[in-house]
Design a protein around this ligand. Sequence first.
Ligand code: ADP
Ligand code: MG
Length: 243
Amino acid sequence: MTAVLRAEGLWKSFGEQPVLRGVSLELSRHEVVALIGASGSGKSTLLRCLNLLEGIDDGRILLGDQDISDPRVDADRVRSRLGTVFQSYNLFPHLSVLDNVTLASRVVRRMPRRDAEERGRALLDRVGLGAFAGEHPDRLSGGQQQRAALARALATDPDVLLLDEITSALDPELVGEVLGLVRQLAEDGATILMATHEMAFARDVAHRVVFLDEGRVLEEGPPAQVFGAPREARTREFLTRFR
Ligand code: ADP
Ligand code: MG
């Protein structure tokens, strides 16, 4: 079976500092993979390379059978197939929630406004924000903003969701509603690669856990194995911080 998304030997440096050192990773359709690792291990850089916000120095990225690391690809179009949500500051503040959700469909996919809005409203209903379509993002709580950002990421019906610590900037009481939505998306069959420090959630929802250490995949496997019986000393050491 072909992977939905496959990274092969990715290298990335900032100046003299190598941040990704030969990262290979594969996502199958409907698979949920949790990317864990210490702060600075390269999780965000990896996700940003995968959706072409950063260029790579070496390696290859395949989305389906398309080599998206080829510099000739249309990056906006590729990004519309990789729905991405970051830690914070996701939404355009000057646009309504509905316009945030429909923007990529209208501009990148050239969907007629009426169709895009119909789909956008359905997505906002799905994330529990149907009543907020006309509001500006600053009227929403942090949790609601992240749910709107998830709706926006889903609007172009992406092949993969890339989630970069989407609950870390939230007040603790707002984390649950966002994780609950991610869980729902996973149960509905979304293909998800998520960088996270929510270990209990990763253990529960992910099919596979990838531990990134200093820009390398040091260990990966089913959550029960990586969390329950990590092979590498550095994985064990990292995980004790969450006990
Ligand atoms: P993580 O998400 O796991 O915390 P990052 O990918 O954000 O890790 O960062 C990995 C390393 O790359 C860090 O040392 C960070 O300082 C560095 N880094 C990330 N982005 C940049 C950038 N745009 N310019 C220079 N260094 C960067
Ligand atoms: Mg990060």
